[in-house]
Design a protein around this ligand. Structure first.
Ligand SMILES: CC(C)(COP(=O)(O)OP(=O)(O)OC[C@H]1O[C@@H](n2cnc3c(N)ncnc32)[C@H](O)[C@@H]1OP(=O)(O)O)[C@@H](O)C(=O)NCCC(=O)NCCS
Length: 373
């Protein structure tokens, strides 16, 4: 048997036609469209349509897709009741994990893995993930969750439901773009977790519940919140050097830096850096961008490591006034479109995912009865 690869590094586990990554050249494409073309031109839901259907929607197709999803934003009554009973200090990613699982409990297509049922569930999941996150945000403040307003875009309605009042068009557009950038990324850990569950013929809600669990970790989606904590802890541009010196001495990972696949700039970071500069400046938080730039410069100079998608997204969300522990749920809001696409792709041409383990333990030991140990 071939030797194992720790962390499955470099292993090509299966095929996908959803997103393409060239880690050497720094290229990311959804269904053949470069992220550099999609980010400034497409909306999040336009990209979800592209991912699910393999082609860009026409204007009228996009309008009806948006409308169909907007009308499905309302949560099941049982989900809302369940969220009300979650401890007020619950981590929002844990609440989201429970929320999507509860939605599965009440979904009329819950156990149906047909392509038609999967698409219906995917639409509900993408439409309702923002509602779950916003409801959690309200409930933990002791406030009543707000009903969705289908006349608003998915991003604008999230801002309204989470904050209790509408935000600016600019804030909704910026949030929408981060969702697009987070939408899909090959066999990342959470997507792979979804596919492993789907490949057992597990249902879509079970699979995305696993995906939320995998994304929660700080080496994956949790990194955007940790990156913000780092930037705030550093506090001043002149602290970057000593802060990094101490971190490297303690062999601490710098959150928001490094990537398993990219050996050059993460193309998503290119867009988020630009957004971060603009939005932090507008919010009177330009210093946070300067600290970020200095961290980037010095980590690159000392370790040759680039920032990843999560690093500049942190200050984008900070400038938009998002509470830090909602950064990873927002990542999930975007990635839900990708997870559901991968589950549909897996179910459409399934084979159980079941790798072997390289056994490195002892063998052929002599049994010792319990009285003689
Ligand atoms: C993303 C990540 C898990 C990829 O890890 P990986 O492919 O297993 O890479 P490794 O951890 O083996 O890193 C290779 C080398 O770069 C270093 N490195 C990688 N990321 C680093 C980081 N963020 N800070 C400091 N050093 C880092 C490692 O210490 C290692 O150095 P060594 O060879 O001297 O031991 C890793 O870069 C990381 O932990 N980043 C921080 C968390 C993060 O931002 N996650 C979001 C990813 S989108």
């Amino acid at each position: 048997m071939a030797a194992s690869s720790k962390g499955l590094e470099g292993v090509v586990a299966s095929q996908t036609s959803l997103s393409f990554i060239d880690g050497q050249a720094g290229i990311l494409g959804y269904r053949g469209y470069n992220i550099h073309d999609l980010a400034p031109n497409a909306s999040f839901l336009e990209s979800v349509f592209l991912l699910w259907n393999g082609r860009l929607p026409t204007r009228s197709e996009l309008a009806s897709f948006e409308e169909e999803l907007a009308l499905q934003r309302g949560l099941e009554a049982g989900t809302l009741e369940g969220l009300q009973r979650i401890p007020q200090d619950a981590v929002p990613m844990a609440a989201l994990r429970t929320g999507v699982s509860l939605e599965g409990m009440f979904d009329r297509d819950g156990e149906d893995n047909s392509a038609e049922a999967n698409l219906r569930k995917a639409k509900r999941l993408v439409a309702r993930t923002p509602t779950i996150i916003a409801a959690t945000q309200r409930i933990r403040q002791g406030l009543e969750p707000l009903d969705p307003d289908p006349s608003l875009s998915i991003a604008a309605d999230f801002v309204r439901m989470a904050n209790g009042e509408p935000g600016t068009d600019e804030a909704a557009a910026a949030l929408d773009r981060t969702l697009l950038l987070y939408l899909d990324h090959g066999f990342n850990a959470s997507t792979f977790a979804c596919r492993v569950i789907a490949a057992t013929l597990g249902d879509m809600h079970s699979a995305v519940t696993g995906g939320v669990g995998a994304l929660k970790g700080s080496l994956h989606g949790g990194a955007n919140a940790k990156a913000m904590e780092t930037i705030l802890e550093v506090g001043e541009v002149e602290n970057v050097g000593p802060w990094l010196e101490a971190a490297f001495a303690q062999k601490r990972k710098i959150m928001g830096f490094g990537h398993r696949v990219y050996r050059t700039e993460d193309p998503r970071a290119t867009h988020l850096r630009e957004m971060s500069q603009q939005l932090t400046e507008q919010a009177g938080e330009g210093k946070l961008f300067e600290i970020s730039r200095e961290l980037e410069k010095q980590v690159m100079a000392q370790k040759g490591i680039n920032p990843n998608v999560d690093f500049y997204c942190a200050t984008v969300y900070y400038a938009l006034g998002v509470p830090i522990d909602l950064y990873t749920p927002l990542f999930a809001m975007g990635r839900m479109g990708g997870w559901t696409a991968h589950i549909m792709e897996q179910h459409a041409d399934n084979r159980l995912i079941r790798p072997r383990a390289e056994y490195v333990g002892e063998k052929d030991l002599t049994w010792v009865s319990i009285d003689d140990r």
